[in-house]
Ligand binder design. Sequence first.
Ligand code: AMP
Length: 458
Amino acid sequence: MCGIIGVSDHKEAANIAFLGLYALQHRGEEAAGIASYDGKNIHLTKSAGLVADAFDEDSLKSLKGKTAIGHTRYSTTGSSNSKNIQPFLVTHRNRPMAVAHNGNLTNTEELYRELEGEGSIFQTTMDSEIVVHLLAKARNGNMKKWFIEVLSQLKGAFSLVFLVEDVLVGARDPQGFRPLCLGKIDQSYILASESCALDLIHAEFIREIDPGEIVFIKNNKIESAYLPGWKKAKKAHCIFENIYFARPDSNIFNENIYQVRKRLGRQLAKEHPVKADFAMSIPDSGNYAAIGYAQELDLPFEVGIIRNHYIGRTFIQPSQFLRDFRVRVKLNPIKNVLKGKKIVVIEDSIVRGTTSRGRIEDLKRAGAKEIHMRISCPPIKFPCFYGIDFPSKKELIASSKSVRETARFIKVDSLAYLSLKGMLSVMKNSGNYCDACFTGKYPVPIPTNTSKYLLEGA
Ligand code: AMP
C-alpha cells in the first residue's frame, strides 16, 4: 500500500507535499519521495525510511517549482530496493514526467512483455513504471486523449498522480479500489490519498475523484475526462481501508473511518457479546471497534496495553531472552489493570495470527484470568491482488484453520469474528466494496503469475 499527494500552482508546492506525506505516513513506511517542476526542470528527492528521515532542509529547498507530487511506499510489487522508490521519473524527447502510484495492476506481466518486446528498457521492477513507458510511447498533443488511451490499458487498482511538466494529473481506476481526494488551499488544488493529509495543511476538502475519472490541473483550473465504461463499472472500494488501513480521522469512500470502525464494533457486540469485567483493544488498530463494542454492551472500557510511540531502530542484537524485545517495547500490558480479570479483547483483524498470539501471551503473563477475543471483520482467507500486502493463502491463518483451531493457536478462551453480512450492513453503500479477501470473489480478474517479485525474474 502507498500514500500519494499532488500539489498544483503553489509557491510552497514541495513543502506542502512534504507535510501531506507526513499525514500519509501510515500508508507506507519503507520509503518516501517528492518530484517538483519549476517551469524548466524536474527535481526529485527520494530515500528509504520514514518521511521525517527521507528529507532534510537542503533536499526540500532543492525541490523548486510550483507543482509537486509525492509518495510514501510500502512494497506490494517489486522488492524494497532503492530503485523502486517513487515518484518515478522519465524524460522522453526532452520532456520530463513523473508518476506516483497507489494500488496494484493486474495485467502487469502482459503489458511488461509487450513494452519490452517493443524495446522499452525498464529501470525498476515496479508495475508503476509501466505507466510512464506507456505514456512516453503514446505521447499525443491532446492530453485528455493521450491519458485516456494509456490509462484504459491498465487493469486492476490504481490511484495515480502525475507531473507532466506544469500539469498535475490525477486518476482513479473505474472500480475505485483505492481512495483519492481533491482539496484546495488558497487557490491551489491538492490531490491526496486521504483527507487527513488535507486537514494537516489546512486545505479544504472538495470531493473524491470519481472512479474512472482523470483530472488535469493547471493554473488553478481543473478539467475532467473519464475512462471508457466508467459509469457502468461496478464499484469495488477496498473494504480493508475501512477496517484497518486508512486513518480514522480520514473521510474516504464517503464515510468517516472512525465512525465506520465504531459501527463495526457495535455490530460485533450484537453478534458476539461477552459478559466480561471490561473490554479493551489491541492498540491502535483495535481502538475504535473496541469503543463501539463496549458502548453497545454498556461494558467498561479499559486501556490494558500501553503503546510506546518512540521506537526507532533497535541496536541491541536480541539474545534468546530478549527475542521478542521489539514487540514488547512497542506494546506493554498494565498488570494492575489486568490481574485476575475476565476480559474481552477487540482487534480489527487477524492475518497470520502470529502477532495476536504474542499479544495474548503478554496479557496472560500480566495476569488476565480469562481472555475472549473478538475481531471486527470476517476471517481473511484470500490474498489481495489490488494493493494490500496480504500474504499467500497458506500464510493466512483463516485459510487453513477453523475459528476453533485459530482460537487454540492464539490461546484464547474464545474467539469470534464479525460476519460478512454484519460487516457490510454497517457500510453506507455496502454494494460498492471489494471483499475478495473474505470471499475470494475478485471483482477484476487476477493475474496467473501472482508473485510480488513478478518482474524481478524477468
Ligand atoms: P496477526 O495476528 O499476526 O495476524 O496480526 C494482526 C494485526 O496485523 C492486525 O492488527 C492486522 O490488522 C494487522 N495487519 C494489517 N495488515 C496486515 C498485513 N498486510 N499483514 C500482516 N498484518 C497486517
